[in-house]
Design a binder for this molecule. Structure first.
Ligand code: UGA
Length: 450
């Protein structure tokens, strides 16, 4: 099929590359001409596993291309996927101005009818607005547009794997032809008829994908309801972790046993610094605002947000208790990205933590294998280590802020020898307390016995 993708951020790039890998002919566009220039020069502007491989191969095989000519891009496809950003406004609402601009672009530039698919995360009823906008902006052409919602469930860092081996594909439509077209788009993925770049051990062939057809409103709600529920699980685990600290329990034992119940499930129960990134915090906020606008107080989600906001402060308190005085202390910080396997620092808890430590007068040296370049632009005043050891050298405390697996297998003897004080504060419960004690460290984490 011929597909246009508007927006080359995390979602758009992964969507375009994976649809090309599935055999479709894809053209991607973005208003950021620098980004399109990089992509055309073979550079991938984001850190995402397997994406470089997919982009290179599909460009070479001429199934994928990038252009700054947005009009040409939207004319090229029979289906247009909207993958532009919907960042939060001051009041927590999603900013839909980019979707509105794309609607105008499509309606004024295309010459033949198109199926326009929302992939960006949008509040319920955006599909209705989009349909209306396309009709208004395109009134002179008289073209009929079909609209569908096809939310993405991609996690940054494993986006390619999630796209090619999804648990579910949600197709929100209100007419049969849109459903037929989207089923055709996803047929190779549902039937696994494509050359998978992801190692089979990561994507076991037995993983089942459910394709669910819903109304457009339901599809839009599914996305916000899913992300908000994930956030709720994390805040629940964090509240239980605080109780464990107060009453003497081990949150790892508690959440592991909880997760063995299939009704609860083991995922998203890791206690620590809380959730960040460009999806969960803004989607929870947008869902609360959405409810508010129709007269419902989603107090449950306000609490989820509240618990999450306190995480950094709780951690700083732990650091203060351990160090007594933070001002003037050297603190090494391992991890800056909002989670491992990404260079994304948007709404990143580690970045908030560093800002807080700086505000208290600490000297910070940080290390992150992927996110240092981006962090330098927002935190030029801190030091950066060339590896975790440099960040730890001469530190009065070493903090683990992102759970990159490499931090669990460091040479702790070497670190012990190089620190001014062998004190480790683990904001992600990555390390084993018994092991750290055995190595001679004073070690603090969340919800576990010291
Ligand atoms: C999230 C969802 O997981 C995806 O399904 C969704 O498609 C995506 O948002 C989106 O809306 O586009 P992502 O933002 O990549 O994906 O990040 P997550 O893997 O969900 O992690 C979010 C945050 O929660 C991270 O800061 C992570 O460290 C934290 N987290 C996660 C915990 O604190 N504890 C956990 O148990 C799990």
């Amino acid at each position: 099929m011929r597909i246009s993708v508007i927006g080359c951020g995390y979602v758009g790039l992964v969507t375009g590359a994976c649809l090309a890998a599935a055999g479709h002919e894809v053209v991607c566009t973005d208003k950021d001409t620098v980004k399109i220039g990089q992509l055309n020069a073979g550079q991938i502007p984001i850190y995402e596993l397997h994406l470089d491989q997919l982009v290179t191969r599909n460009c070479l095989e001429k199934r994928l291309r990038f252009t700054t000519n947005a009009g040409e891009a939207v004319r090229a496809g029979d289906i247009v996927f909207i993958c532009v950003g919907t960042p939060p406004l001051e009041n927590g609402d999603a900013d839909l101005s980019a979707i509105d601009s794309v609607a105008r672009l499509i309606a004024t530039e295309v010459r033949t009818p198109k199926l326009v698919v929302e992939k960006s995360t949008v509040p319920v009823q955006t599909g209705l607005q989009l349909r209306q906008a396309l009709a208004v902006y395109g009134r002179k052409s008289g073209l009929a547009f079909h609209v569908a919602s096809n939310p993405e469930f991609l996690r940054e860092g494993t986006g390619v794997e999630d796209f090619l081996h999804p648990d579910r594909i949600v197709i929100g439509v209100d007419d049969e032809s849109a459903e037929k077209s989207l089923r055709e788009v996803y047929q190779p993925i549902l039937q696994r008829q494509f050359d998978c770049p992801v190692h089979p051990s990561v994507c076991p062939p037995q993983r089942q994908t459910e394709c669910m057809v819903t109304s457009i409103n339901s599809a839009e709600l599914i996305k916000h309801a899913s992300n908000s529920f994930l956030a709720l699980k994390i805040s629940y685990a964090n509240a239980v972790s605080d109780l464990c600290e107060l009453l003497g329990g081990n949150v790892e034992e508690v959440t592991r046993a909880m997760g063995l119940d299939p009704r609860i499930g083991p995922h998203f129960l890791r206690a620590g610094l809380g959730f960040g990134g460009f999806c969960l915090p803004k989607d929870v906020q947008a869902f609360i605002r959405l409810a508010e606008r129709v007269g419902m107080d989603f107090a449950l989600l306000r609490e989820v947000e509240g618990i999450n906001k306190q995480r950094i402060q709780r951690f700083v308190e732990k650091i203060r208790r351990a160090l007594w005085v933070i001002k003037g202390k050297n603190i090494g910080v391992l991890g800056l990205a909002f989670k491992p396997f990404t260079d994304d620092i948007r709404f990143s808890p580690p970045i908030d933590l560093v800002r807080q430590l700086l505000a208290e007068g600490a000297h910070v040296t940080a290390y992150d294998r992927a996110a240092m370049e981006r962090t330098r632009t927002v935190l030029p005043e801190i030091g950066y280590g060339k590896d975790p050891y440099e960040a730890a050298a001469n530190a009065d405390a070493l903090v683990i802020a992102t759970e990159w697996p490499e931090f669990s297998v460091l040479d702790w003897e070497r670190i012990h020898g190089s620190m001014a004080r062998p004190l480790v504060l683990d904001g992600r419960n990555l390390l084993n307390p018994a092991f750290m004690a055995q190595m001679g460290f004073e070690y603090h984490s969340f919800g576990r016995a010291q």
